[in-house]
Design a protein around this ligand. Structure first.
Ligand SMILES: Cc1ncc(COP(=O)(O)O)c(C=O)c1O
Length: 413
């Protein structure tokens, strides 16, 4: 496969740092030092889901946490709260103002801080709101392939998943399908539509026209829209995120938007998300559920620091992901040319079409069994994900090269 393999033990098994492997034709640069060094010695000391799910000989590249060191202002904010013994129940503090400033500066959106709510996390916020606005057994529309908790959290809440798949487009692209959406919204008992923008896993950032088309259809059927915009801070150069609330449309004014600093600044363990109501009715739903939606107080502190003081760190992450996605394109062309990869418009998740590898419905199972690299299984995102796998590229170029090397090793020659 064209890899220069040095003699000696595999340093990934021993917890060594850096990649011992260099592809022959593709140059691998180091990670931006602002983001740490992503050494496996340090990463394997982490006890998070990513680093404790698999044995040490497996390189984890599945769950959506990045390998970068946290931003200094976030560490300072958490340290200051600990030093002050400020570990009580959460108070929203300046979270609304901080997010509104970030949204105005970076997303062209000026939400009213009074309509911004601290929540424990995005999925709990969505689940609570869905339970508030639909009856038990009510239908909720989603667009597979899509983030797997959209299926199981809503089923757990006793709701019925109604699927309006994304439409495959030329060159491995995907589009929202307003006609398909129109058809399923006409079904009896459909009470909400959950839109993902930017979309996980396909990495699309929907255009204003696409969002207006979706808003039109939902408005016609009188179905409220919930929008998950958690990946918006990570929109990559060349794309523009359009916040749903910036649409001049009645469906947008009634929508509730969910976001967080957790993906952009890599702090999901601190448990603080944000829900933004479009009007007083949405705000009342969120206010009534305050006790079911308690954030972590440390997460509130960290999120305020992220939105206000850690924007240079975010910029470094965006630049790193952009360069990583270009690297991945080159590595796949060199070592796994049968894998189809269209660069995402946002975030650090690469949606890989592995169908030509003929590894069956779940190529990730083969990658982990034979190559000792853990990707997210495509079928977890819905039946449209059969033959696909999702690779996390929120890491160093060296570890991306290592992940591709392991995938190639798992693939029949
Ligand atoms: C689209 C999307 N929504 C929600 C989440 C989870 O967010 P939270 O941890 O705030 O529930 C993720 C995590 O990867 C995600 O990709």
């Amino acid at each position: 496969m064209g890899w220069a393999r040095p003699a000696g033990r595999d340093r990934y098994e021993t917890g060594g740092s850096g990649s011992p492997y260099q592809p022959r034709r593709t140059t691998i640069r180091s990670v931006d030092p602002v983001l740490g060094d992503c050494s496996l010695t340090s990463l394997r000391k982490r006890n998070s889901h990513k680093w404790r799910t698999y044995p040490p000989d497996v390189l984890p590249a599945f769950v959506a946490e990045m390998d970068f060191d946290p931003a200094e202002p976030i560490k300072d904010a958490v340290r200051a709260a600990l030093a002050a013994g400020d570990l009580g129940y959460p108070h929203k503090g300046f979270l609304g103002e901080a997010f509104a400033e970030f949204a105005a500066d970076r997303l062209g959106w000026s939400p009213d801080p009074d309509l911004i709510f601290a929540i424990s996390d995005v999925m709990t916020g969505i689940s609570e709101v869905v339970q508030a606005i639909t009856p038990p057994g009510g239908g909720v529309v989603i667009n597979p392939p899509v983030y797997s908790p959209f299926f199981f959290r809503l089923e757990l809440a006793g709701r019925r998943i109604v699927q309006a798949p994304l439409a495959p487009a030329a060159g491995g692209n995907y589009d929202v399908d307003p006609d398909g959406l129109d058809r399923v919204l006409a079904e009896p008992g459909v009470g909400a539509y959950l839109l993902c923008n930017p979309h996980n896993p396909v990495g699309r950032v929907w255009s204003r026209d696409q969002l207006i088309a979706v808003a039109e259809v939902c408005d016609r059927h009188g179905v409220p829209v919930l929008v998950d915009e958690i990946h918006a801070p990570l929109v990559l150069p060349g794309s523009e995120h359009v916040p749903f609330h910036t649409l001049d449309h009645p469906a947008a004014r009634r929508a509730i938007v969910f976001t967080s600093a957790s993906k952009g600044w890599n702090i999901p363990g601190l448990k603080c998300g944000i829900a933004v109501a479009g009007d007083s009715a949405g705000a009342a739903i969120l206010a009534q559920r305050w006790d079911a939606l308690l954030a972590s107080h440390l997460g509130v502190h960290a999120s305020v620091a992220a939105f206000r003081e850690a924007r240079p760190w975010l910029d470094a992450v965006v630049a790193q992901i952009d360069s990583n996605s270009e690297l991945l394109t080159r590595l796949l062309a060199e070592h796994l040319p049968q894998v189809r990869y269209r660069r995402a418009q946002a975030s650090f998740l690469a949606w890989l079409d592995c169908r030509e590898l003929e590894l069956g419905d779940d190529p990730a199972a083969e990658f982990v069994a034979r190559g000792r690299v853990a990707l997210s299984p495509g079928p977890d995102f819905g039946s449209e994900g059969r033959g696909f796998a999702r690779l996390n590229i929120g890491t160093s170029p060296e570890l991306i090269a290592e992940a591709v090397r392991r995938m190639a090793m798992a693939t029949p020659a």
